[in-house]
Ligand binder design. Structure first.
Ligand code: F6R
Length: 617
């Protein structure tokens, strides 16, 4: 989704801003722009392009890109088509002010009509242009400073925003503010320069000292002066500087053709990182600080309610199964977007588990806020450190798999499932709802998972060959039972996201209640038929497809012979215990989707229409 970078200091801003936009490309966008300022006597220079950041660089080439202050943006269209006039930054009527904005101004149409009546003109269809005009109108009509105009204008706005405003008349000054959309400010040595961005990745190479703005806070950055942060009511806020460690190597492709492939291959290491210090094999214990610190609420929970979206919702389905299996407490799993508008029955005694890679998903945040207001305990399972969901949680466990750049989530999913497994085990231990034998056996098996994933990764050439047979398919059905049912949905989601092939994940036994009508000799069916207690039942469902001449690609446990006789292609995964099967069975499906998309010549890391961080509802 949209990305923001801003800089003010002593360096030339343009190359730094472009490098920052490249770092933000993973979020998904359809146009880009930059505004630069050399000095107060000159106009602000704005360059924009539809398409990629490279297209913007082509537009700016041979143009005047001087200046040590600037703001830049990648836009993912919400209001108005992805074209150059709608790209950010937007200028105010006089050209004195310019703005970049992430989020949505919901009352923009009303505000635009009011401003039109005052003589303001609009060159784009965006809500963002309304905001910069509103700021200018407030400044002029009320005779207030820029900072006050920004505060006053934002208090009239309904919606979500992260913004940076730049003023031609005040070289070097950048004003940033946020509500429901992240914004971080990096501090240079002795406040000599400021780096502003919508996440830490574009600025981490310049500074590790970061200030995360909270909702309805505004920062004024003036090189040479300490950072000033106030609320929208103009109350001073103590500046909380955090040291953010971000491994820049993790942001590079490391020799792989795509981030997605790297992230698939990173999974053994990522899961080891995720378990480090938490799974103590010598002591046969799982220790999660969230569980230790919130023991009472978790042990006595009357229900666990998982809220999340997309891939994280699939992880939630597995989390629900794990909690019911180990803790014997009811678990409910809801799409965050449905939960928030469902007039939910939730309150004290409920534990609401919010799962999110980015930690910024608007629907998940809104669901959490409802649960918080109702008195539930909030647990966050998040990847992005310091993100909004992490900060709204009462307790949580980071998945620690490193930044995920590929738009299609892979290592975050297995990280989420690993954390949810540890969480269910740790709570069950405290409750006494799991036997010592099962608890210890699960821990022993969990630490073997990274090596077992490596065994699957070693077969990637074979999976690539299998993928060749499916790249021309226009529909694919994914079927699984038990823990493999969410995996079927995740496999289907991966395929449709990056290969644009229509795919559905279904519980295998449900097929006969409808989807079986689709089966014929042209319909590929991916069966996840690993050894589990419902293996034989899955085999029966497979027979139903064979009888209708469907083409079967099966994910099976090593050494399986039964399925081999029925399937056109078979991919093996190592044996494991039932509850850990998803951590293995999902991996070949990730690789399969990847190679099918590559085989079709598609942009795997940035599929069309998708955004990495969905900060609008
Ligand atoms: C799919 C994918 C999305 C996200 C969803 C939630 O590959 O990445 O479905 O899982 O948008 O995002 P997070 O986990 O950031 O809340």
């Amino acid at each position: 989704m949209c990305g923001i970078v801003g800089y003010s200091g002593c360096r030339t801003a343009y190359p730094l801003l472009m490098q920052g936009l490249h770092r933000l490309e993973y979020r998904g966008y359809d146009s880009a722009g930059v505004a630069l300022m050399a000095d107060a006597e000159e106009k602000i220079k704005v360059y924009k392009a539809t398409g990629k950041v490279a297209d913007l660089e082509a537009v700016a080439e041979n143009q005047d890109c001087r200046g040590t202050v600037g703001i830049a943006h990648t836009r993912w269209a919400t209001h108005g088509a992805p074209n150059t006039p709608n790209a950010h930054p937007h200028l105010s009527e006089s050209g004195n002010l310019t703005l970049v904005h992430n989020g949505i101004i919901e009352n923009y149409a009303t505000l635009r009509e009011q401003l039109r009546a005052k003589g303001y003109h609009f060159r784009s269809e965006t809500d963002t242009e309304v905001l910069i005009q509103l700021i200018e109108y407030t400044e002029v009509s009320r005779g207030v400073s820029l900072q006050d105009a920004v505060r006053m204008a934002l208090s009239k706005v309904i919606g979500a925003y992260a913004i940076i405003v730049m003023d031609r008349r005040a070289p070097g000054v950048l004003v940033a503010a946020r509500k429901s959309s992240p914004m971080v400010i990096g501090l240079g040595e002795n406040d000599s320069e400021f780096f502003i961005a919508s996440d830490a990745s574009p600025i981490a190479e310049y500074t590790r000292r970061m200030v995360y703005l909270n909702d309805e806070e505004m920062a004024v950055c003036v090189p040479g002066q300490p950072l000033s942060v106030v609320t929208l009511q103009n109350a001073e806020v103590a500046v909380d500087v955090q040291h953010v460690d971000l491994d820049l190597n993790m942001l590079e492709k490391g020799g792989y053709d795509h981030f997605m492939l790297k992230e698939i291959f990173d999974q053994p290491q990522c899961l080891e990182d995720c378990m480090r210090g938490r799974v103590l094999l010598n002591h046969k214990r799982v220790i999660l600080s969230a569980v230790t610190e919130h023991r009472q609420a978790l042990v006595n929970a009357r229900r666990f309610l998982f809220v999340s979206c997309g891939t994280s919702w699939h992880a939630g389905l597995i989390g629900g199964q794990l909690i019911e299996h180990f803790c014997r407490v009811p678990a409910q799993v809801m799409y965050a977007s449905e939960f928030r508008y469902s007039n939910p029955v939730v309150g004290p005694g409920d534990v609401v588990v919010a799962i999110s890679q980015s930690g910024e998903t608007a629907d998940t945040l809104a669901a959490m806020q409802i649960a918080r207001d109702a008195g539930a305990t909030l647990l966050g399972v998040v990847n992005a450190v310091g993100s909004s969901i992490a900060r709204l949680s009462d307790a949580g466990a980071y998945i620690h798999v490193g930044p995920e750049i590929g738009v299609a989530s892979t290592k975050a999913f297995t990280g989420q499932v690993t954390v949810l497994t540890m969480m269910a085990l740790a709570i069950a231990r405290e409750k006494g709802s799991v036997s010592d034998c099962e608890y210890e056996q699960t821990i022993e098996e969990l630490v073997r998972i990274p090596d077992k994933i490596q065994t699957i990764l070693n077969q990637h050439d074979e999976i690539r060959r299998v993928a060749e047979h499916y790249k021309l398919a226009s529909n694919v059905l994914y079927l699984g039972r038990g823990a493999n049912y969410p995996v079927a949905m995740e496999g289907a989601l991966k395929l449709k996201e990056i290969s644009y092939i229509h795919a559905e994940g279904y519980p295998a036994a449900e097929m006969k209640h409808g989807p079986i009508a689709l089966i014929d000799e042209n319909m590929p069916v991916v069966f996840i038929a690993t050894h589990q207690h419902i293996y034989e039942k899955t085999i029966s469902n497979m027979q139903e497809v064979v009888a209708r001449k469907g083409r079967i690609l099966a994910i099976v446990t090593e050494g399986d012979t039964q399925v081999r006789q029925m399937a056109e292609h078979v991919i093996e995964v190592p044996e494991t215990i039932d509850c850990l099967v998803p951590l293995l069975s999902v991996v070949p499906l990730q690789i399969l989707a990847y190679y099918i998309a590559v085989g079709k010549g598609l942009d795997v890391d940035q599929p069309r229409n998708l955004a990495k961080s969905v900060t609008v509802e």
